[in-house]
Design a protein around this ligand. Structure first.
Ligand code: ATP
Length: 363
């Protein structure tokens, strides 16, 4: 059996970013060594708010090129509120990278687990499992640097939906619904989340969704307005499966999803395009706790587990998936223990203790 060597581009990030990235790479090496069929080579690339402060550049062209050439990109949290561009906006290389690499599908799994920190009291909320797919390169973010305030009297922003990106997004979402159905041994479902009753752009989005649905007759489809989905996510999230939505709606709903899980410190994500993929925690750089050794690394570890699943499917390396599942299971078991429960979820464990607990479950 030939061994896969995966080149991973690593962005260590700002704030708590480096504190959660370093132990995650150690855990990745550990599971890779344990599963034989593949190895991971890391290239650390400069970017972020501190890099901008030093050099005036937030995401160097060389970093983009190296990231583009990698098999996958692992990114920790970036940006710091006190370091801003002259126009007052924050440094967000993670968003620039999505646009540069055409990472149109933001995958945000939402799940809870036994003895986890989930906030909903209904017993069905203890084991819920759904996925939100956030379109990540257009929608309300398509012209994010071009909004205008005119004469201090009114302000405008532009929302853009294109057929090309929407078709790619929906095809990706149908395939994900199909592969989830296969893994979970249940029928595949996909819901389009929009505001087609009010905005033409969302009606266009919905029509493209319905067109693409014809190519995936095995997947049951539905559609709901975003406001109704927000309520459903709180009242009966256990009924949800795979949902796909516009960028801004997805931005908001994915934090709601992290809230249902119990903490941003547990919520992983992936941004996937035709040729590249970034894996990163949903949370930001948490400057309020940086340097204290108390950041919860589980969202980063769970994102790394999603990376292994992606590498497995994309490059036909089954052992990477096995390793990813092992890493995810160890992280969730750790999260249910006192020694794996960080302060963000009402516990006392520091980063080192959480990592040690995950490591013990992997041994
Ligand atoms: P961004 O806009 O960059 O996503 P944000 O403004 O939403 O960032 P975060 O940096 O995500 O803010 O932090 C929000 C709160 O959650 C902070 O109080 C932070 O300390 C806490 N937090 C975020 N991530 C973690 C983590 N991994 N472990 C512990 N606490 C965290």
């Amino acid at each position: 059996m030939s061994k896969h060597e995966f080149n991973i581009a690593v962005f260590d990030g700002d704030g708590i970013g480096p504190e959660i990235m370093a132990p995650t790479l150690d855990l990745l090496d550990h599971v890779a060594a344990g599963h034989g069929e593949f190895s991971l080579n890391y290239t650390h690339l400069p970017a972020g708010a501190l890099h901008y402060e030093k050099t005036g550049e937030s995401l160097p062209a060389e970093s983009i090129t190296a990231a583009r050439q990698s098999h996958a990109i692992l990114l920790s949290a970036m940006g710091l509120p006190h370091i801003r561009k002259p126009d007052g906006t924050e440094i967000v290389p993670q968003i620039d990278l999505r646009i540069e690499l055409g990472l149109f599908a933001g995958v945000r799994p939402v799940f809870t687990f036994k003895n986890g920190p989930q906030v909903l009291s209904d017993e069905r909320a203890a084991t819920l499992d759904f996925v939100l797919i956030r379109e990540s390169i257009e929608g309300m973010f398509a012209h994010k640097d071009e909004g205008q305030v005119v004469d201090n009297e009114y302000a405008t922003e532009t929302l853009r939906i294109t057929r090309e990106v929407s078709e790619q997004l929906f095809d990706f979402s149908f395939k994900l619904a199909r592969s989830r159905a296969r893994k979970l041994k249940r029928p595949g479902k996909l819901m389009c989340v929009d505001k087609a009753n009010v905005f033409r752009s969302f009606w266009f989005f919905r029509e493209i969704f319905n067109e693409r649905a014809a190519q995936f007759p095995d997947i049951e489809t539905s559609a709901m307005y975003v406001d109704a989905v927000a309520m459903k996510m709180v009242q009966s999230p256990w009924d949800l499966d795979v949902m796909v939505t516009e960028n801004m709606f997805g931005d908001i709903l994915s934090d709601l999803g992290a809230g249902i899980m119990g903490s941003l410190g547990l919520a992983p994500s992936a941004d996937i395009g035709a040729n590249n993929a970034v894996f990163q925690p949903c949370h930001g750089s948490a400057p309020d706790i940086a340097g204290q050794g108390v950041a919860n690394p589980l969202a980063m570890i769970l994102s790394a587990s999603m990376m292994l699943e992606y590498l497995s499917e994309k490059f036909n390396c089954p052992q990477a998936d096995v390793a990813g599942v092992a890493l995810k299971e160890a992280a969730l078991k750790a999260a249910a223990q006192e020694s794996g429960r960080g302060r963000d979820v009402g516990g006392k464990a520091d980063t080192e203790s959480i990592i040690r607990t995950v490591r013990d479950y992997l041994a």
